[in-house]
Design a protein around this ligand. Structure first.
Ligand code: G3H
Ligand code: ZN
Length: 296
């Protein structure tokens, strides 16, 4: 099995991105895994601190590991938006492949200091683990919002990105380039889309020379996603679209089968609903090409 770092290198060489989808339960995990297997592309599942608390830090890891081993398939696990070192260490000890260490709300110098300490501690524990740092402000909450924050105020500065990467020695960087966590009601209705600053993506990549992750990608314009990948984004995070599809799939299954009480007869509808969204995003991120040779 190729390492996650190798998979990122191959994606960068091929000019494609790897999809990262947050999971909260077995429905979302099954949907992401099945969509990735159908398209035969590597995939990353993420569990934030809240998602890990619900499913169990070690239990998520055991589930993902069992899929990876049984199917010999490149599915990886990220401890998403981890706000403290003890929480990051807990995930590293549980076998997560990647930690997003997110103290981006702190002042820049303090963000550098804490992220650098986290990189040293985590690599000391697990030299193979990837650590991501985050700078800039893209808001919080993979939910449906009434209004967007002023994203222009929190955009990542390319020179600061370079300094952050050099001083912290992170493996990957999450910048703010017009992206935002969650979706506005108008995005859910399909009336508006998030727009990205592609020039800024290119400028940060040129300065920082590091793998970059686009967070908050739900509801983003398809052409902007293609442009951002071409300009230097290697991983794209989607959560709100997954949650929305989960809710819609579940709602429609319950309406269609008002007397059904068997979970494994109701939940496959939610799996299908999420799977459709994930498959469409994976196809876009991989540019319609297979990101690994078909082997199963
Ligand atoms: O880390 C998770 C992502 O950044 C998800 O953002 O909910 O806007 O897709 P999203
Ligand atoms: Zn995020």
């Amino acid at each position: 099995m190729e390492t996650l770092r190798k998979i990122l290198e191959q994606a960068e060489t091929n000019g494609v991105a790897i999809g990262h989808f947050n999971i909260s339960d077995l429905v979302t995990l099954k949907a992401v895994f099945e969509a990735a297997r159908d398209l035969n592309v590597p995939v990353i599942v993420g569990a934030s601190e809240g998602e890990r608390q619900f499913m169990g830090v070690r239990q998520v890891s055991a589930l993902v590991k069992s899929l990876r081993e049984e199917y010999d398939f490149p599915i990886f696990l990220n401890a998403d938006h981890t706000h403290s070192l003890p929480s990051a260490i807990e995930a590293a000890k549980a076998g997560y492949d990647w930690i997003v260490f997110d103290v981006s709300t702190l002042p820049f110098e303090e963000n550098i200091r804490q992220t650098k300490a986290a990189v040293e501690a985590l690599k000391g524990l697990r030299p193979d683990i990837l650590v991501e740092g985050e700078i800039g402000d893209i808001g919080s909450g993979s939910e449906i919002h009434d209004a967007a924050p002023d994203l222009k105020k929190g955009l990542t500065n390319p020179a600061e990105a370079k300094q952050f990467v050099e001083e912290t020695r992170v493996d990957t960087l999450a910048p703010a380039v017009g992206n935002m966590h969650g979706m506005l009601k108008s995005m859910v209705a399909g009336d508006t889309r998030k727009r990205l600053d592609i020039k800024l993506v290119r400028a940060i990549k040129a300065e920082a020379r590091i793998f970059m992750t686009l967070h908050g990608a739900s509801g983003t314009d398809d052409d902007d996603l293609r442009g951002a990948i071409e300009a230097g984004i290697t991983v794209v995070h989607i959560n709100t679209e997954v949650r929305l599809a989960w809710r819609r799939g579940l709602d429609s299954a319950l309406v269609k089968q008002p007397d059904e009480i068997v979970p494994y007869k109701i939940l496959p509808h939610a799996v299908d609903s999420v799977k459709r969204v994930v498959a469409a995003r994976l196809a876009l991120f991989s540019g319609g090409r297979r990101a690994r040779p078909a082997s199963h």
